[in-house]
Each structure stands twice: as C-alpha cells, then as structure tokens.
Design a protein around this ligand. Structure first.
Ligand SMILES: Cc1ncc(COP(=O)(O)O)c(C=O)c1O
Length: 442
C-alpha cells in the first residue's frame, strides 16, 4: 500500500485464571493430550466473558507515554537527565520504534477473554505450545522472503529469541558432562550472550569468550550471528574444531538490513519479531530446528522455564507476519520491507555524512550485493552502527556521553573501548539529534 501500515491496537484482555493444575500435573514428562485438551476446551467455553478493545490504536499507546518514558523503558542501564538526550541511542534492542509511527487496520487483533486460556496449543506437535496460526505465518514469511528453509525443520516458539538461546544452549549441552559446555562467539559478539550463558552459573554450560581464540580440544557451541550485532558483518563459523555445535542467530537476516543471498538452512536458526518487524514488546521469537531430539529438548527447557509461550502474543505475531507476507504477495503496493529498507538506507546515508564530517570516527564498509528478495543492490544497513574512534580518546562511550550521546562501549561486546555501538532504530527526532551532535564534535 502506499503506506503499508501497522496499527497496533491496544487490547485489554480480561484475564481469567483457570485452575488447570489437575491437567498440568502429569505434563512434565508425558502429556495426556486428549484429556488435557478436551477438559480445557470445556473450561474455555464456560468462561465466556468479554475482552475490551481500545478504539484509538497504537498511536495512542505512543502518545500516552512521553518520549522519555519510551526510551527509558527500553534502556534500563542508563539514566537520562535531559529530555533532549540523544538517541545515539542505546535504545537498545527496541526495534519497535520504526513501526510504531505507522497506522492501519490490517494487524488489529481482537481477543475475547475466554480465548487462549489453555496451556496447550497443538498436542501433535513436538512444540506443544506452538500456535498453528503462528507456525503457518512463520512458514509463509520465510517462503515469501526466501531467507530460510523451513521444510524438514521443527518450529519452536520462544518468549523472544532470548529464551530460545537459553533453550538451545541447554539442548546442546549434555546434562551429565564432566565439565560445562564451552559457549563461544566471535568478537565483537552480541552483548547478552555472555551474560545469558553464565547468569545462573548452571554448571551445564559456560561462556568461553571469543570464538577466534578458542583452541581447546573440547566440545563447544559456537553462536554465529549474521548479520552480526553489533557490527553488521555477515558471518560464518570460525572455530576449526570437530566437536562443535552451531547456533545461527539470524535475527537480522531480513531484507531491510541486508541483501538476502540464499535461504539459510542451518541446523538451528533463531529469528525474532523484535528485529523482523520491530515488535520487540510482544516477546516472540522462533527457532527452526532440524534435529527432532534437539527440538524436543528446547521445548522441554521452555516447558520448565515458562510452561510455554503467550498465546496472545503468538496470535498477534501471526497476524503481523501474515500482514507482512500479504504486503509482498499482493504485489501492487509498497511492502513492509520496502518501507523499512528505505528508512534504513536514508538513516545510514545521514549517519555516514555525519561521520565523514567529523573525521574522528569511522564506520564499517560493507560489500555490495544483489538481494534475491528485492532485486536491489546494496551493502548492509545494520540496526546498529559500530563506530570506531580514530583519535586519542580511549573510552569512546564516556567521550560521547560528554557530548550527550549515549552508546554502548565496545568492551561490552568483547572488543576495545575505542568502539561503541549506537542504535539506528530510534525515533526520527532522536536520530536527527544523534547525527547532528555527532557531526558537531570537534
Ligand atoms: C542478535 C540478537 N539476538 C537476539 C536478540 C534478542 O531478541 P529477542 O528480543 O527476541 O529476545 C537481539 C536483540 O537485540 C539480538 O540483537
């Protein structure tokens, strides 16, 4: 459509608690599907009350909170003392900002309070909490975009791909290993992997740092992020061992960020609505998993961790992904990916101009390739800018903070403090402030 648009209708779903402890009791190891689903279905029918739909849609959701609040909500590690604080933004991991400004009816989801009450979604599926509508939306989207093979893969849904990361490293680590499984990723790596791996000091797995430096003759898991967060590079595995398992985090393998080359067909691939459409807040990710046993173990992890994944979120995600696929399929109008690509291209052009103006910094250069999805020829347009400081300053994050630009220092990604990561996904006003302040630095 001339304006392919998302309207983020606010749903107030009246929640009703159902005591399904009886049903749940035996679920851990063997789910008695028929009993569980039929008793809950009856239960659902009885509890028929109404949900309530806000009439003003997503723009109101944005309007009801100040911009400062929006930023703070996604940037817990910083305090901001100035409402005009930059954007350079460690508006970390909140891809949502790109789409929130848009309007439209296509993605409205109306939910009655009696719906989606059961823990269960599809007892014939390994991932028994996977909503069939979400599974088919995922399959269709990958087919339409051509960025991943879904055939012969199990879909495991997670509360964000973060939960799937936990599930995957759990699934790939033997529970009774003599020592914890080593988990590595090439520097600079996404700054949550190390924290997520070691947070619980599980003894099952441990963070072993930079994949380039891993030379032990021991089992390992290598996380390959492509395009990479923070530097946007296209990556392959780097450890040259024969005892390794690979997790491909393909959060950014979408045509607004990178030319799609071939459909990815790795054994474990992670995706998320946070980056695909910018819907970080609905907390939905999915894994495409080749091996049945690994898919089972991942499902088990999520069962123990959160007893499944929000159905409301899955349904909403399904609606959004279907709308995105529909925008491509109908062939007449500007697609979601066109819109997002144009925005990213414009921002990267502006950022490069600002950086050239100062000469204090440099940005990565990306090889130009033709995208099999859009036919466009371009270099990566990452969600984050990986800025390198060329001058004498050692702590680039503090330096930029003094210039009222908040970024995340390179050491958080296993790299040097000469680097910082800045968000390219902030709201327009903040992005303009960011480039303006950057270009004025002397
Ligand atoms: C590479 C990568 N993987 C995973 C995530 C987390 O995604 P989710 O919001 O689905 O948990 C992020 C978020 O920034 C990311 O950059």
């Amino acid at each position: 459509m001339a304006n392919f648009v998302f309207l983020l209708k606010n749903l107030l779903v009246v929640s009703a608690a159902v005591n399904i402890g009886l049903v749940w009791k035996n679920m851990s190891d063997e789910i008695n599907g028929k009993v569980a689903s039929s008793s809950l279905r009856n239960c659902e029918k009885k509890l028929h009350c109404h949900g309530c739909l806000s009439s003003n849609g997503g723009q109101d959701e944005t309007a009801q909170v100040s911009r400062k609040q929006v930023l703070l909500s996604s940037t817990t590690s910083f305090s901001r003392d100035d409402d005009d604080e930059p954007d350079g933004g460690d508006v970390d991991d909140d891809g949502a900002v790109i789409n929130l400004d848009q309007t439209g009816e296509e993605t409205t989801v109306v939910t009655s309070s009696w719906q989606f009450m059961s823990y269960f979604s599809d007892l014939n599926n390994i991932c028994w909490f996977l909503e069939p509508a979400f599974a088919s939306a995922v399959t269709r989207l990958h087919e339409v975009v051509g960025n991943a093979i879904t055939e012969g893969r199990h879909i495991v849904v997670g509360t964000g791909s973060s939960q799937l990361y936990h599930a995957a490293i759990y699934a790939l680590s033997p529970p009774d290993g003599l020592e914890p499984m080593n988990v590595v990723s090439a520097v600079p790596f996404y700054s949550s992997y190390d924290v997520m791996t070691d947070y619980l000091k599980s003894g099952v797995h441990k963070w072993a740092g930079d994949a380039y430096k891993f030379d032990k003759q021991k089992p390992y898991i290598e996380v390959v992020t492509s395009p990479n967060n923070p530097d946007g590079s296209i990556r392959e595995a780097v450890v040259n061992g024969d005892q390794g398992s690979l997790i491909y985090d393909l959060a950014y393998y979408w045509p607004q960020y990178t030319p799609i080359s071939t459909p990815a067909e790795y054994d474990i691939m992670l995706f998320t609505t946070s980056k695909c459409t910018g819907h970080a807040g609905i907390r939905i990710g999915w894994a495409l998993v080749k091996d049945r046993e690994i898919a089972k173990k991942m499902t088990k992890y999520i069962e123990i961790n959160t007893i499944g994944v929000s159905k409301d979120s899955q349904i909403r995600a399904a609606k959004i992904l279907e709308a995105v696929s529909g925008s491509v399929d109908d062939g007449n109008n500007e697609t979601f990916f066109d819109y997002s690509y144009e925005l990213m291209a414009k921002r990267w052009k502006e950022l490069r101009e600002a950086v050239n103006h100062t000469e204090l910094f440099s940005l990565p250069e990306f090889p130009v390739k033709t995208c099999s999805f859009s036919g466009r020829t371009f270099g990566q347009l990452p969600a984050f800018a990986w800025l390198k400081f060329n001058g004498k300053v050692d702590d680039c994050e503090s330096f930029l903070r003094d210039h009222k630009i908040i970024t995340r220092g390179g050491e958080r990604f296993g790299a040097s403090k000469k680097y910082v990561r800045a968000s390219m996904m902030s709201r327009e006003k903040e992005f303009r402030l960011f480039t303006k302040r950057l270009s004025e630095i002397k």
